[in-house]
Write a protein that binds this ligand. Structure first.
Ligand code: ADP
Ligand code: MG
Length: 682
């Protein structure tokens, strides 16, 4: 007989072709598909004491009927049935809406069991489930599935029960005994029973623990396998750079590197030397000094005769990078060129020629770097700044320009550890977790909008001292038009308040990119004193003289974004301030504002953001890059994730994993899974 788990659902009683079709819509074709469809919660039918039940909580009680049921018709098909119950010490009312037919089943003096929402103030249970008699030894927990179409919970549960009974003894456990016993995880049949029809809370908890671990282990096996295969197969350049020249650069810098910078430079340089292709993510909070790290690594490969590329998401940023790197590297003989969308035809042709001939060592620019006509002579290292701004495709194209160049992605979005090892599980990660010495933390306050007048006088004082300020306008989801309108309104208000003595600038998404650049340049040069802007100003610009920021409607922003925005100030020697104008309506919103005033540490905020809003929102809507987990939850299961990662690494290195029978299940899952780019793993 063929494998029982692969039998079609039509083998179940009551599943005809119509039902089979409805099940197929849920992705359920075989019995195995069915039992692996987990409920998203359980209805709790355990008896509870009303004294311990909160208002509006669902509760199940047994009670003696103390009155004749009274029935009231409220119009077409609408009725209210009501009866007094003595439940333990509590004399309460049970109310049944539109269940008139129950009247005959409720007789005074008998005991009934009801489940429903508890109205504590009125001492009423609004009944949804009823049975005559005391509570039976029915299941205390009833699974609730995510269903659609014509299939009811009740029928689905029946199919599930039948499938589980039939599969007993036929299901092979993919998780080997040695692993299960190490973590005291239930075997598959027991776990399936516990995830669908648990006997008690423990049963359900252990079942969940098992499936979470199994899911994360399979995921990590895949990620670690990809990483390993890429390392072994992606033969890269073994770059023999000149250590002495590197030291000269580091000594010539205007400051001493922080320990964290030194550490990541070492990590990266070690990778450059190895004969495999580097695929590394460099995370460092805003202002932690990633640019200089990039410069050092680029210089390293240049000393070995390679060319480097540094790609930034905006022209301004590309120009700032070019200026910084030029100051550090040109004195050492490095030939640097800038290539952006606004590079003129002729200059562009010259750059391209020189690049192809190897007369340029380092090309800095925007997307312009990845156009087809750009070709390098010997590209060794590609660095992209603020990597989350680039599409996967763009990164790939650039990567393919050279002969297996090493690749470094830099991001200022602090990514919580759990997300980093999931979203970037196949990459190596370096973290700069330390700020340069002497950096003042940004003094952050949360105020209501009615304090604006006071705030504006405070702002004037700052401007009178020669400082500059950002004013960030409310964010209106999905509507750039309204964002612009808001920015214009705020701009008008600020011009009215400050225009007599200061220049106010306006920046928003509807401006052309050269207009944006122009405004930004004026601000950088100090000709604009106050910049009113939407969030377009978010990305890494550096105006050290700006020391004051006001963020309107701050509750509309996520913590990660607020932190990014705030990072525009506090970049120079001046004490900086960030004022959040917000009137959050939710507890979560209030907590976000509090967190901002309490810490300047991006990683702490990132963890908080993850906790408050969940992983789905973390990277914004589209490019989440996060896998969808069926049961694991990245916020709460992070310990399991870490364990799974360590186990996966260890397993992949072991003979036992690749040879033994007990590992066959895990091995097959790994071998059959598709890698990130759709390629087979082995
Ligand atoms: P980010 O990581 O946000 O890209 P930058 O590279 O722009 O940060 O650096 C922020 C500022 O800190 C720059 O003005 C830079 O010159 C300065 N900086 C970087 N490293 C150090 C250091 N080790 N000591 C002092 N200042 C530093
Ligand atoms: Mg930067």
């Amino acid at each position: 007989m063929e494998n029982k788990v692969d039998e079609l659902v039509t083998s179940l009683k009551g599943v005809g072709s119509g039902t089979a079709k409805a099940l197929e819509e849920l992705g359920i074709i075989t019995l195995e598909n069915l039992v692996m469809t987990f409920p998203y919660r359980h209805e709790d039918f355990r008896l509870k004491n009303l004294a311990e039940t909160a208002h509006n909580e669902r509760v199940t009680v047994e009670g003696r009927v103390e009155s004749e049921p009274s029935l009231l018709f409220l119009g077409k098909n609408k009725s209210r049935l009501q009866v007094r119950l003595l439940a333990g010490q509590h004399l309460i009312k049970a109310v049944f809406f539109n269940q008139a037919y129950l009247k005959s089943k409720i007789t005074p003096g008998s005991v009934i069991t009801v489940t429903g929402k508890w109205d504590r103030g009125r001492q009423v249970i609004n009944v949804s489930t009823f049975s005559a008699g005391p509570k039976t030894d029915q299941q205390d927990f009833e699974p609730v599935y995510s269903l659609k179409g014509s299939i009811s919970q009740k029928i689905f549960r029946r199919f599930m029960r039948q499938a589980l009974d039939e599969l007993k003894g036929y299901i092979m456990d993919p998780l080997p005994e040695s692993i299960r016993s190490a973590y005291k995880l239930p075997e598959i049949v027991e776990a399936l029973e516990g995830i669908h029809f648990p006997q008690d809370a423990n049963h359900s908890k252990n079942a969940r623990r098992r499936f979470v671990y199994e899911e994360l282990l399979n995921f990590q096996l895949k990620m670690q396998a990809i990483k390993k295969v890429r390392k072994e197969q992606n033969v890269g350049n073994s770059i023999a750079f000149d250590n002495d020249r590197l030291k000269i650069l580091i000594e010539s810098l205007p400051y001493e590197l922080t320990d964290a910078q030194k550490r990541v430079v070492n990590e990266i340089c070690r990778d450059l030397k190895e004969p495999h292709r580097m695929n590394r993510l460099l995370q460092g909070d805003v202002g932690s000094g990633k640019t200089v790290v990039a410069a050092i690594c680029l210089y390293a490969i240049i000393t070995a005769g390679y060319q480097g590329a540094l790609m930034a998401p905006t022209e301004i940023l590309a120009e700032q990078h070019a200026a910084s790197l030029d100051a550090w590297l040109a004195p050492l003989g490095v030939r640097i060129a800038l290539l952006t969308g606004s590079t003129k035809q002729k200059a562009r042709r010259i750059v391209l020629e020189n690049l192809a001939e190897g007369n340029i060592d380092l090309l800095i620019g925007t997307h312009a770097l990845i156009q087809p006509e750009v070709s390098f002579k010997k590209l060794g290292l590609v660095i992209t700044d603020e990597q989350h701004r680039f599409g996967v495709e763009q990164r790939k194209v650039l990567k393919e320009k050279g002969e297996n160049p090493d690749v470094l992605f830099m991001t200022a979005t602090p990514i919580p550890r759990t997300l980093a090892i999931t979203a970037f599980g196949e990459m190596d990660v370096s973290i700069i977790d330390q700020m340069p010495a002497g950096r003042k933390s940004i003094d952050t306050h949360w105020m209501k909008e009615d304090q604006l007048p006071k705030l504006i006088s405070r702002l004037k004082k700052e401007l009178a001292n020669g400082r500059q300020a950002y004013i960030i306008c409310p964010l209106i989801e999905e509507s750039e038009k309204l964002d612009v309108q808001n920015a214009v309104d705020v701009y008008n208000m600020m011009s009215y308040e400050l225009g007599k003595d200061y220049t106010v600038g306006l920046m928003h998404g509807r401006l052309h990119s050269d207009e944006k650049d122009e405004v930004m340049r004026e601000f950088t040069d100090g000709n604009i004193h106050v910049l009113v802007s939407t969030t377009v100003v978010e990305v890494g610009v550096n105006v050290p003289n700006a020391s004051f920021m006001i963020i309107f409607d701050a509750e509309r922003f996520g913590l990660a974004q607020l932190h990014q925005l705030r990072g525009r100030v506090g970049r120079g020697e001046h004490q900086s301030y960030c004022i959040l104008l917000a009137d959050p309506k939710t507890e979560e919103g209030k907590e976000r504002m509090m967190s901002m005033t309490e810490t300047n540490d991006g990683f702490v905020l990132a963890e908080k953001d993850l906790e408050l809003r969940g992983p789905g929102d973390f990277f914004g809507k589209k490019q989440s890059g996060l896998p969808e987990f069926k049961i694991a939850d990245l916020v709460h299961d992070y310990r399991a994730l870490n364990t799974a990662k360590i186990d996966a690494e260890r397993l992949l290195e072991s003979e036992h994993f690749w040879k033994s029978d007990e590992m066959e299940g895990l091995r097959n899952t790994l071998i059959n899974s598709k890698a990130l780019d759709g390629e087979r793993i082995n």
